[in-house]
Design a protein around this ligand. Structure first.
Ligand SMILES: [Zn+2]
Length: 174
């Protein structure tokens, strides 16, 4: 009989692939709809991902919103995500997260002369962003004046400059 906390071979492969990408065990569990214990077990059995998983974090939107540099990155990442996500209001796919993170990180690198900065976001941040977007608490809005698009958090008192463009400071209509 199968151990309840052991992954089936197909499952194990998918779990391993996402862990290799640096996704947190809780994110892997949410993306694949697999019990977190199964993912953790799989993680323990693979030394190649143990360290990655140990240091990976799933940042909350508030954590990202309180850091001006990171919040600007959120704007780039959510733009990349919406370009590749099929039904961002319905579900979150691992493929879309991976593709969006790649696109975003290549933009980040090109802006920063090829050097990854400390505030560069990863797939786990992409997951947080995708989840908030799906749930309607994160919006991607346009500035009516300079036309730049940026991320905006709803129902969050401590979000930076609510409804103000980060570039020209214009007020944005709700
Ligand atoms: Zn503006």
């Amino acid at each position: 009989m199968d151990d309840m906390n052991t992954a089936h071979p197909d499952q194990a492969k998918a779990i391993g692939a996402l862990l290799e990408q640096g996704f947190h065990t809780l994110v892997v569990s949410a993306l694949l709809h697999v019990d977190p214990r199964i993912v953790k077990n799989r993680c323990r059995s693979r030394t190649s991902v143990k360290t990655k998983a140990k240091f990976s974090r799933v940042p909350s939107m508030l954590t990202l919103a309180r850091d001006g540099l990171k919040w600007r990155e959120v704007g780039i990442l959510v733009g990349a995500y919406l370009n590749v996500a099929d039904k961002p209001f319905e579900s979150i796919s691992a493929d879309a997260l991976i593709a969006a993170t790649r696109i975003y990180q290549s933009i980040h690198l090109s802006i920063n002369g090829g050097l990854a900065q400390e505030h560069m976001l990863d797939g786990n941040a992409a997951f947080s962003i995708a989840r908030e977007y799906r749930d309607g608490t994160l919006k991607y809005v346009s500035c009516p004046v300079c036309k730049i698009k940026f991320a905006h958090l709803l129902r969050c008192a401590s979000a930076p400059s609510p409804y103000k463009c980060p570039v020209c400071n214009s007020k944005v209509q709700r």
